[in-house]
Ligand binder design. Structure first.
Ligand code: HEC
Ligand code: HEC
Length: 219
């Protein structure tokens, strides 16, 4: 009997300690999160405090400025605290084919990095990222936009506007405003079985923003 009561007390204590731990976690420490971000996230995501064009072209991940509380650029919905924690802890649970890897972070580090992202405001229109429109964030995971860009998942895109396709199987002789528009509406409709796993932009405005940007990338 006594041992049993002791056990119940122990379970109660564990709940209590667990509860405290969860409360402490829910707080999140932005300063600690900053360190996590710089050491673990900037391998792929650009520096959210000092962004520049070069970084935006190199890094695979998206620009995360202003992500807290905003609409995800990759269809994950509104990135509130809960969604961000879920995504950072287990990206594949939300998007099975994502290229974002699951990092070996503690729960506390995850809430800390979310607290940090909360402190980072969205850029003003045109600020920091110069010509690159937000929509082109979607391309960087797979394409290099630099003049001497390398092949990543897909071919480099500097100078693509006005040149012939480097890929096989598209019924076009040149990438211009019209053919790029068709490609970016639905790559798989233009080339069934294409390796460009991108569902396409439904909005014409999104396509033209990216096409204008591609047009600007030439010598
Ligand atoms: C190995 C590269 C890599 C690392 C490391 C990485 N990410 Fe990502 N992240 C990505 C990629 C690629 C995407 C886009 C995923 C997709 O399109 O499926 C992404 C997407 C995201 C998104 C979604 C943005 C949106 O608009 O919905 C968030 C938030 C995010 N990452 C946060 C983080 C945080 C915080 C860290 C560090 C703890 C981190 N990432 C580490 C590559 C990475
Ligand atoms: C998930 C990876 C992925 C994403 C995201 C992606 N692409 Fe691609 N892209 C590819 C691959 C792979 C190819 C080659 C396709 C093939 O050979 O069928 C390609 C081919 C292309 C080509 C043809 C290039 C040439 O030299 O002929 C263009 C143009 C292009 N992508 C533009 C874009 C733009 C703009 C975006 C962003 C809106 C984007 N892609 C997003 C993977 C991707």
């Amino acid at each position: 009997m006594g041992a049993c009561r002791g056990f119940i007390r122990l379970v109660g204590l564990l709940f209590c300690v667990g509860g405290f731990a969860m409360q402490a976690q829910a707080e999140g420490n932005a300063e600690a999160g900053r360190y996590v971000f710089q050491s673990d996230c900037m391998f792929c995501h650009q520096d959210v405090e000092h962004p520049d064009e070069e970084q935006i072209r190199i890094r695979a991940g998206l620009d995360l400025r202003g992500i807290f509380g905003s609409e995800s650029a990759i269809g994950l919905g509104i990135m509130d605290e809960k969604r961000l924690i879920q995504w950072i802890s287990k990206p594949r649970d939300l998007k099975p084919d994502t290229q974002m890897i699951r990092l070996p972070l503690t729960d506390q580090q995850v809430v800390d990095v979310v607290a940090y992202l909360k402190t980072i405001p969205a850029p003003h229109e045109g600020e920091g990222m110069s010509k690159a429109p937000l929509q082109s964030r979607r391309c960087h995971a797979c394409h290099d936009f630099r003049p001497d860009g390398k092949t990543k998942v897909g071919p480099p895109l500097y100078g693509v506007f006005g040149r012939a396709p480097s890929i096989q199987g598209v019924p076009f002789t040149v990438w211009d405003a019209d053919t790029l528009d068709r490609w970016l509406t639905s790559p798989a409709s233009v080339k069934p079985g294409t390796k460009m796993r991108f569902e396409g932009f439904k909005e014409a405005a999104d396509r033209s923003a990216v096409i204008e940007y591609l047009k600007s990338l030439h010598d």
